[in-house]
Design a protein around this ligand. Sequence first.
Ligand SMILES: *[C@@H]1O[C@H](CO)[C@@H](O)[C@H](O)[C@H]1NC(C)=O
Ligand SMILES: *[C@@H]1O[C@H](CO)[C@@H](O)[C@H](O)[C@H]1NC(C)=O
Ligand SMILES: *[C@@H]1O[C@H](CO)[C@@H](O)[C@H](O)[C@H]1NC(C)=O
Ligand SMILES: *[C@@H]1O[C@H](CO)[C@@H](O)[C@H](O)[C@H]1NC(C)=O
Ligand SMILES: *[C@@H]1O[C@H](CO)[C@@H](O)[C@H](O)[C@H]1NC(C)=O
Ligand SMILES: *[C@@H]1O[C@H](CO)[C@@H](O)[C@H](O)[C@H]1NC(C)=O
Length: 628
Amino acid sequence: MPPKRFQAIFVLILFVVISLSSYGAPSRDSLPTYDAVADAVKHPQAYVPDLGELPSVPNPFEPSPHKPPTQANSTATSAYGPIKWLSDFKWRNPLSSSVTFDENTALLPPLRERPPVYTYYDVPGKQDKELSVAEHRLILAWRRAWWAYGFKPVVLSRREAMEHPQYQLFQRMKLDAKIDFEIMRWLAWGHMGGGVLVNWLALPMAEYENPMLAFLRRNKYRELSRVQTLDNAVFFGERADVDDAIRKVMSNELLKNVTASKDKLTKLATKEGGPVVNLLSSKDVTVDAKANGIASYNMATISSKYKTVADKLKNTTQAEGLNLLANLINSHLHLTWQEQHPEGVAIVKPVPEHTTALMYETTEIGRNLTQCPTSPMPKSCPPNRPKCKPCDAKKAMKLQQFPEFVNTTKFFTIGTVPHPYTLTSLHYTRDTLDNTFLRNKAQRDLWIRELTQKSVPDEHTEEFRVLQFKELVAAAPAHSLWLTAERITQHDLDWIFGFTLPQIASNTTEPSSPSEESELIIFPRPESPKPIKGIDVPDEKWIQKEEERLKKARDAIQSKDKNMKKVVDAVEQWNMADTEAWKFSRAYSARRTQERKKWEEEEKKFAGSEKKAGVRPGEGGGRWSDRR
Ligand SMILES: *[C@@H]1O[C@H](CO)[C@@H](O)[C@H](O)[C@H]1NC(C)=O
Ligand SMILES: *[C@@H]1O[C@H](CO)[C@@H](O)[C@H](O)[C@H]1NC(C)=O
Ligand SMILES: *[C@@H]1O[C@H](CO)[C@@H](O)[C@H](O)[C@H]1NC(C)=O
Ligand SMILES: *[C@@H]1O[C@H](CO)[C@@H](O)[C@H](O)[C@H]1NC(C)=O
Ligand SMILES: *[C@@H]1O[C@H](CO)[C@@H](O)[C@H](O)[C@H]1NC(C)=O
Ligand SMILES: *[C@@H]1O[C@H](CO)[C@@H](O)[C@H](O)[C@H]1NC(C)=O
């Protein structure tokens, strides 16, 4: 036998090689020291790190864990494709080109920083496929809702927990599943550097500016806290405080001998706040008492308030139950949104003669937004707002058309921004345009003038009006949605609103069910809004003409033909303000889509991505939710 010293070195090398090959390079703190291994060789019976106790080797096909977020300023200069944007102080400029010196570059406000919000999702072992997909859909709903409220939702798993220096130590303790889960959740959170940690059944359900949500968006936390009535669903704190808490848990007496303190630990784990909080002293985690912006659907709440769903969550119908829960949560998000716009949805249709064909998409969205949400329990309220006003199809949200923008946040306004070529062609019912016509007949900047005729006093210039419009488009919280007439489909609505619009409606004027077996209730679809007073409704024949003209205009704007380009250019020069409004809203919505797509691309391998939830990109995510 070689001397003990060499045996120790040999064991150490063996350990390092095995760790390296199974986990990649370990962080410094997780390596046993020479002394520890030497000690183990001398006293083999006390040798703790038995490799059999370590977790299974990670599956190489699993995604690599999330990296902690980088410094805020490292992404500030990123530009999305051809759409460039400049710093905040310059964007409030009526004409982009006066700053960008490029006709095709719109000047946008900088992207708002999205603070991360984390959730932990881990399934030990195999799980039924249907159940998995149902869970991914719920997590997708969670991600969408937090995204809509201005956060960057990140789904963590055991892979992130494994990156934490203390992981190995906890791993060896053989804690029971419930405590282990909660500790892993904290470790994953600690690895990401603190911030907000929420349960994936806890969603924001309040006005955008709700004090608690606004506070969380600021991403600065004075102390490690949780929210009273939400048990362990929401935590927030800085990195140092989270790490400190994990260290304190580590050194808790009860964890010195887990077997001996088994009963005490089991009891702690069921107390309010969860195992980690109860392993800390009460002054380590502050309890925030008056937070109401987040709705948490934990089992206790579901059993007591949402019986229809709770019944299905039992036993063999669990996947079905989760789908019902997804619908219930979606309906509550939609309901919350509806309650924030008590005056209903306003569709703006400036220059209403001959522009009916422009409004199809807007009207579609407006009708679906004002429809009562599909739900297994339409009379129920979100858990954080027991006194809500459930949607009533007989007194549904109003849907109206106005020829101008009405400046109140009690409305949600939807508008279509046409390219001036499109508008001129439709308004003057002309298939082709030319310079002579423009000079002799066409009014300048018709659209922006009409849009703002009531909200902006007469004496103001078009430049001023465009600026007002830009503020409107870029406002947060947004009380309006601007589509461009030249884009035909809208993919991002689910992420903009944070919920899925109803995709099916009751055949009759009464609520009904999509099928015999379904537990869902669907509601009738609201009618199209009444035409604006004093404006004649054109015949079918004329609307068809409008559609043709709209199509021609789309072709003209995209045309590569030199002469056509000249004409489009002339129209743009003639309508500088309208062109600016069109370019701004187009670029704004393109960037919003880019931001989200990029995020989805980064997250596609993790739980709750559209891919894992069975939603094809661009499909909108609405198709699955209210079918069953
Ligand atoms: C971020 O800011 C710090 C200090 O202001 C600076 O040292 C660092 O280089 C910046 N990082 C990047 C990527 O710009
Ligand atoms: C832990 O407690 C159990 C039961 O009380 C005891 O048998 C065991 O020796 C203890 N282990 C250590 C390492 O103290
Ligand atoms: C599931 O339900 C069936 C019948 O309803 C019952 O026989 C079975 O024991 C249940 N299983 C569990 C795990 O509760
Ligand atoms: C709407 O009203 C607010 C305050 O009343 C004002 O600051 C804002 O400029 C107005 N916006 C438009 C587009 O008229
Ligand atoms: C609106 O609902 C109808 C069915 O009621 C559906 O066909 C359509 O795709 C929905 N539109 C949007 C934008 O959600
Ligand atoms: C709606 O009506 C059509 C035909 O009238 C019928 O086939 C369909 O099943 C009905 N759908 C619902 C949800 O009642």
